[in-house]
Design a protein around this ligand. Structure first.
Ligand code: PSV
Ligand code: MN
Length: 406
């Protein structure tokens, strides 16, 4: 059977449930996922970074690899940068932007790094020392100034701040220092841009982290103003947390800024998104689709540093897993689901959702890819394309420029 025949069959089945496959197809063409520069370099765990032959060694090489991912899937046109890991020579950010654009991609979120300098042993914006707080703030402000140079409208903030021992510091004082520092950073945001506040309940601090959960991030965002929103990194929750409910709540408050997609089994594992729990990824996309216009400005970003599975392949796989999750969410029969919910038909409502999750959406994905002019099977095209061997030959195998344990 050809894909066109399979597509028609799927279209018929969906029509019976009141779902128009053409609507899903159009939405899939507009999907966008941002990849992280640091995922293309030799970055990985804090225990050991295994150098991958041909991994990017410089910012242009990271951009080359991001451009390759985009050319194979058509839905990853931007790449997030992390400063100073991605600081260009002579601070030539305009040149960096032009390089990206010449490759057919653009720079996305700007991520300041306030966790790797020696100064940050006791934190950055939460540090008891006013001088160190100021240094951290200066770096964040520098990133606000970089944003217009690279045409970015997202400042993405994550803080390693916290304490390891009860009594180490005054928890309320730390909260107030954060509010003060973020207030200054907020006032320096370029017009029309957004600040995203990422939370994490542990690591590297083990007793308390200063932005521990979505509630703390939301309270800060609400105090700051409409340009501040919450960023949900899928690896930053305790076991069993209902992330899709957090997503629904933040969407309803108009404060879901974006995602850092990845997957976890035990901790912040940085695994391929959807690899451990594809159902969770589907349920998250289900909330986003259900929210309609309220989800219009959500920024979808991947935050993964692969250590043993290569760099470009797993990044591409992650983007494709997001595409598949969205496709399944788009074919949920919303009218029927609403009717079942209103009627209190618990089993039927649950089955309608799980039926969409179980559906084989590959004919739809292939049709979308054909229409977008990208390979029907991007991973197969990547593996057939000799890209790995070419890169290994040209770049060799060495650590460098990725951040973390370099
Ligand atoms: C921290 O675990 C994090 O999720 C933050 O987003 C950082 O910016 C990123 O990983 C890279 O360290
Ligand atoms: Mn993250």
């Amino acid at each position: 059977m050809s894909n066109a025949q399979r597509y028609s069959l799927l279209a018929e089945q969906l029509a019976e449930t009141g779902v128009d496959i053409e609507v899903a197809r159009a939405a899939l063409k507009h999907q966008r996922i941002e990849t992280p520069s640091w995922g293309y370099a030799n970055s990985g765990t804090r225990f050991k970074v295994y150098p991958w032959p041909g991994a990017a060694r410089s910012v242009p090489e990271k951009l080359d690899d991001a451009a390759l991912v985009h050319s194979l899937c058509g839905i990853a046109p931007t790449v997030a940068i992390h400063i100073p890991w991605d600081r260009p020579p002579d601070d030539d950010y305009a040149g960096m932007r032009q390089y990206a654009e010449a490759k057919g991609i653009a720079i996305g979120a700007v991520n300041p790094n306030v966790f790797q300098s020696e100064d940050y042993r006791l934190g950055s914006l939460g540090n008891p020392s006013a001088a160190i707080r100021e240094a951290a703030l200066d770096h964040i402000i520098e990133c606000c100034e970089i944003m217009p140079k690279v045409n970015s409208d997202i400042l993405s903030l994550w803080f390693a701040d916290g304490t390891n021992y009860a009594g180490q510091d005054d928890l309320r004082a730390r909260k107030q220092r954060f509010e003060q520092g973020l207030g200054v950073a907020y006032s320096r945001l370029p017009g029309g841009s957004r600040m995203m506040i990422e939370y994490k309940f542990f690591e590297p601090a083990f007793y308390s982290t200063d932005v521990a959960d979505w509630g703390m991030a939301l309270v800060m965002a609400l105090k700051l103003g409409p340009q501040a929103q919450v960023l949900v990194d899928l690896g930053h929750h305790a076991q069993g947390v209902n992330i899709e409910q957090i997503v629904a709540a933040l969407l309803d408050e108009g404060r879901l800024g974006g995602f850092h997609f990845n997957n976890r089994k035990y901790a912040d594992d940085d695994l391929i998104v959807g690899s451990v729990n594809p159902y969770e990824l589907f349920l998250i996309y289900n909330e986003l689709v259900a929210a309609g216009e309220a989800a219009r400005d959500v920024a979808y970003m991947i935050d993964q540093s692969h250590n043993i599975e290569g760099k470009i392949g797993p990044m591409l796989q992650s983007v494709l897993n997001c595409q598949e999750a969205l496709a399944k969410a788009l074919i949920v029969p919303r009218a029927r689901l609403a009717a079942a919910q209103a009627a209190g038909d618990v089993l039927q409502a649950h089955r309608l959702l799980t039926d969409a999750f179980r559906a084989d959406v590959r004919p739809l994905l292939i049709a979308v890819r054909e229409e977008m002019g990208v390979p029907a099977d991007p991973i197969a095209a990547y593996r057939a394309g000799n890209y790995e061997a070419q890169r290994a030959e040209a770049r060799g195998s060495q650590l460098g420029s990725g951040g973390y344990a370099v």
